[in-house]
Design a protein around this ligand. Structure first.
Ligand code: AHG
Ligand code: MN
Ligand code: MN
Ligand code: MN
Length: 340
């Protein structure tokens, strides 16, 4: 029987192989994985755990928070604040950054997360997840004294990430991770209570016949997206010469997991409902981690104009248009924007 490789062993072997993962980062990722295990247990209790339904509060995004949004956020904060790996955390569910309290040592990493992605699916028992991204706290300029960590320290392009991943709470609980050396998937073995390596060197097929978009927004889209989707819908009688299938789970983690597993293209474009916003999804803790995972698996991720990982952030909760997935499909959809 082939030996089970645990997440810890995988990270130790990555550290040994290419020094990509300093011990502090390995320990941080193990804490995040344990936090995801706790969130998975809360999710799996559902009504029996009193975790369903909305809380009375609204988050910085203007969304009514679900109880699990808040629970997941608290689990991640409490799991990560004392370990000494982090200087601060940022979350979809918190207005500003959470600086590690003075009673704990500060580390050199910054952790960003969407503690519960796909909140609209919680109460209808559809897959949801947690998305996370790790940056290094910037060093002070030579000769400058160490400054207190600030929100400005988080405003780094996605290309600066040192680790990114998600945990999808579906029929299996699966942790998907990259530290810059490809993408690996770990399935939670509930008997052992540990994440076991079930796939590494994940590759996204460069072509696909499957697109993911919320079709109910069609009348609000810009011309290039409308043209791209219309051509997919024309199928083999149209310019694409092949029929397409459509999926839309409305949990980014589940849609991205399908694309990492069998290919596809995911679009959440700008639409004229909120013209001042470039899109619904958040750059720092949704688009950036997902884009790095997709690129590490041979896919592509743009905002219709440029590579998402190159976008210089100006605000912690800024939004972005997203086109990600099978490389050739993303390039075609992106190309329509420049063809205007
Ligand atoms: P969150 O639940 O963290 O706020 O994110 C939900 C996002 C993303 O997961 C999903 O792809 C998208 O919202 C779905 O949007 P629509 O409900 O507009 O389709
Ligand atoms: Mn989300
Ligand atoms: Mn969320
Ligand atoms: Mn939300």
């Amino acid at each position: 029987m082939s030996q089970k490789i645990s997440l810890t062993r995988y990270l130790v072997e990555q550290q040994r192989a290419d020094g990509l993962i300093p011990s502090q980062l390995r320990l941080l990722l193990e804490v995040v994985a344990r936090a995801c295990k706790s969130i998975s247990q809360a999710v799996n209790k559902g009504a029996l755990g009193g975790v369903l339904g909305a809380a009375e509060s609204e988050n910085v995004q203007g969304e009514i928070q679900k109880k699990l949004d808040i629970i997941a956020n608290e689990v991640l904060i409490e799991a990560n604040e004392w370990g000494g790996h982090l200087a601060a955390m940022a979350s979809e569910e918190m207005d500003s950054i959470y600086v590690v309290p003075n009673r704990y040592p500060q580390g050199e990493y910054l952790l960003l997360f969407d503690p519960l992605d796909g909140s609209s699916n919680i109460d209808v028992n559809v897959s949801i997840g947690t998305i996370f991204s790790v940056l290094k706290k910037p060093e002070p300029a030579t000769g400058e004294p160490q400054q207190d960590v600030s929100e400005q320290d988080f405003l780094q392009a996605g290309s600066q990430q040192v680790a990114a991943g998600y945990c999808v709470y579906g029929p299996q609980t699966t942790l998907v991770l990259t530290v810059g050396n490809g993408v690996a998937m770990f399935t939670l073995d509930r008997e052992q209570g540990s994440f076991v390596l079930t796939q590494e060197n994940v590759r996204i097929p460069e072509d696909t016949k499957e697109f993911a978009i919320n079709m109910s927004n069609m009348r609000h889209w810009d011309t290039p997206v409308k043209r791209y989707i219309d051509e997919c819908l024309e199928g083999k009688d149209g310019p694409r010469g092949k029929d397409f299938n459509m999926r839309w789970i409305a949990s980014m983690v589940a849609d991205v997991h399908r694309i990492l597993t069998r290919g596809g293209v995911f679009l959440y474009p700008w639409d004229k409902r909120e013209p001042e916003k470039p899109g619904k999804l958040r750059l720092m803790y949704e688009a950036n981690p997902m884009s790095w995972l997709v690129e590490q698996a041979g896919g592509a991720a743009t905002n219709g104009k440029e590579r998402i990982l190159d976008i210089p952030p100006t605000k912690l909760h800024q939004r972005v248009s997203v086109i990600l997935g099978s490389k050739n499909e993303v390039e075609r959809a992106t190309g329509y924007h420049s063809a205007l």
